[in-house]
Design a protein around this ligand. Sequence first.
Ligand code: AMP
Length: 275
Amino acid sequence: MRVIEEPAQARAALQTLARPIGFVPTMGALHAGHLRLIETARQQCGACVVSLFVNPLQFGPNEDYERYPRDLEHDRQKLEASGVDVLFAPQSEVMYTQNFSTTVSAGEIGERYEGAIRPGHFDGVTTVVAKLLNIVQPDVLYLGQKDAQQAVILTKLVRELNFAAEVRIVETVREADGLALSSRNAYLSPSERAAAPSLHVALNVMLTELQNGAETDRARARGLAMLDPSAQLDYLDLVDAHTFQPLPALRAPAFLIGAAKFGRTRLIDNLWVRA
Ligand code: AMP
């Protein structure tokens, strides 16, 4: 596996790779969810490129940028063992040179749900992914369903700004008790870890209610009853899978989305109701 830190080096190295090139952008602290994306890319593509970059632009001033888990050496070993061809791991100063000021806006969809709670977050995501797509120039971009709103926004980015990549969304990998794998799960205390799967339970109960004909408000109330009392809910809702507009009742394709804090740790999860 080649490890590259500079965009110019990346372009040169990538020209030698077998096509199609599958690309998996990450912020590191790799877990089995990331590895599933890589495994899928390796199965479907001639070469697999992974980026590892904790993007300062997508963190708010009071968020966990500083304490976000970083373990480059461990991650490098996992990527090497997974058969990744190229790891692009730039320093922040390389990605954001002095006086950097050009950004890509995620638009209105980036202001709902995660975007309402984390202002500017999705503009940080669209900006860094636009940069990464220009540097790596992949044929296929692999994204996790775990971050559903991000996946929808990035699918729009690729289409609307005419990037040549095709987007493929990979199903969420979960712990045995249903908790979606996340780098932030490492922050959970034992009691918070025990409470955290209740977010997934709440989403599942809400889905069953909707499938039995309940309207969203009633289904949400049933779901909420399943959430651990220690959790602080941000939202639990049913949204259109393309626009992230709230839906009053089930109409596929849709996402059931949820976000809650367990102690200081904010977790998100979703279920995808396909058309
Ligand atoms: P991150 O490092 O959190 O930015 O995630 C990098 C990619 O991995 C994103 O496309 C995520 O949606 C995806 N991802 C994160 N957690 C999971 C999971 N549990 N299952 C599948 N994909 C995931």
